[in-house]
Ligand binder design. Sequence first.
Ligand code: SF4
Ligand code: SF4
Length: 413
Amino acid sequence: MAKRRIRNIPGTGISKITLAHENQKLERHQDLTHYENTFFQCGKCGTCRTVYKDAYWSKVCPSGEFGGFEAYYLGGKNLLTWAITTDKLKWSENLAKIFYQCSVCMACIQQCQIPEIHSFAGEWLMAMRQEAVKAGYGPMPEQAKYTDHVMTEKNPYMEKNEDRLEWLPSHIKLSSDAKLAYFVGCTSSYREKEVAIATAEILNKLNVDFTILEKEGCCGSPVYMTGQTEKAKKLAQKNVDIFKDAGIEQIITSCAGCYRTWKDIYPNKFGLDHGIEISHLPQFIRKKLKSGELKFNNKIDMKITYHDPCHIGRHMGIYKAPRDVIQDIPGIELIEMTRNRHNAWCCGSGGGVRSSFKDLSAFAASERIEEAKETKANALVSCCPFCLNQFKSNIENGEIQAMDLSELINKAL
Ligand code: SF4
Ligand code: SF4
């Protein structure tokens, strides 16, 4: 007897009743055997390569477009996953590379119209990385190197932990007994310091009683995303202990990866029910705008286009909050790129790709920058320092400016 299931995933275009075999208890899981009857639901149709229902057949998969072979698209990865789970294929260096040459951006998964694949393929893409680690073929050497550094110095940038707060200017007012903390993250602490400064200045301008914890360490996202779950769990536990011991009840993030890690990975993948309310900066600001506590006073005459970071977009479903905030800033004109929201093309930095597959990473960034330039916007704006860093490193000739939403918010206040 088959069971009727309803899949209704907001904003994705999937909303229909389908049939699932009774013995398939499909809830989120990272054990591959859990999905063993599912991989073959893949019809190898190739829908996961382009935007579903898009008249222009816009490409979505950086891995497939760069790799130029079916194995790099989701359909191929499904088949390889099936082959591994049924012992038809053994792990090898080349096989592991196929799974790591992917930013786990989930764009392919959004397009697939097989509900079980649409809902769960992200789990098995991650599970295959975990299997690669167990088999001794993962992570990639550069990822192993930064992980060693994260485990000792709490950041993947080969920087010293003691320099983590060097970005913090003396004019920022912190409160020693605040219940709200700004979790800065490694990229804003060491690379895109203007994001950290803008966020802290915004909180001061809004008279928010907040703190920054000196002992904060890498959220663990770059470790988790490369299949090193046990190490990532240790980092998560340390952070949770630090923030709980300090009596923190609410965290604000300015990094999309940190937000998802605290909000989703810690409780749902690591079982750490920290009970701390986690908000990404645009969500926090939108709430203040809606309640009337905040009003933008300064006009910014700019045409901008907005890039959805994968970690808050497809992974967490946050598309509206940043757009609402942008549209509230007087003078700003938002022009959307062809691929936006759940169809956005990944910037190419996540999932360990930037450290280990530089050509793929640069290819993905250039494709997005070209798309942004087509809008004739002055700035390509995101709300993630990792996306920002990626765009800044790949924009040539200054034809378009890369910015973080925190900088715009700060200017408008
Ligand atoms: S993953 Fe989905 S869209 Fe891609 S080939 Fe398989 S069935 Fe088609
Ligand atoms: S997760 Fe992203 S990069 Fe990986 S196969 Fe899917 S679309 Fe391609």
